[in-house]
Design a protein around this ligand. Structure first.
Ligand code: FES
Length: 97
């Protein structure tokens, strides 16, 4: 469904998505990495548990909320991947502090 255009540099980083290590191009957003490797929902809604996935890819819709390096409610489309990053799907609302 998605195919990344060659950028010439070819740098890659390794991230963990729900515990599975994958190699992704450096410089892409977390949402793009998840779409490239999982093609599934990034979160479920707090009330009905319905699946949601990235939609706008520019920080407007908030459908891409994920837990990134242990921090919930991060907009995956606005965060750049980093080597060793831990990414997890967010199930419902984040836990209260
Ligand atoms: S995909 Fe819309 S805010 Fe991230």
């Amino acid at each position: 469904m998605f195919k990344r255009l060659p950028d010439g540099a070819g740098r890659r980083v390794t991230v963990s998505i729900d515990g599975r290590e994958v190699s992704v191009a450096a410089g892409v957003s977390v949402a793009a990495a998840v779409l490239e490797h999982c093609a599934g929902p990034t979160r479920t809604t707090p009330v009905s548990g319905g699946p949601r996935a990235p939609y706008c890819m520019m920080g407007a819709c908030f459908e891409c909320l994920m837990q990134i390096d242990g921090v919930p409610n991060r907009q995956a489309c606005m965060v750049e991947v980093a080597d060793g990053m831990h990414i997890a799907r967010q199930k419902g609302a984040r836990a209260p502090d």
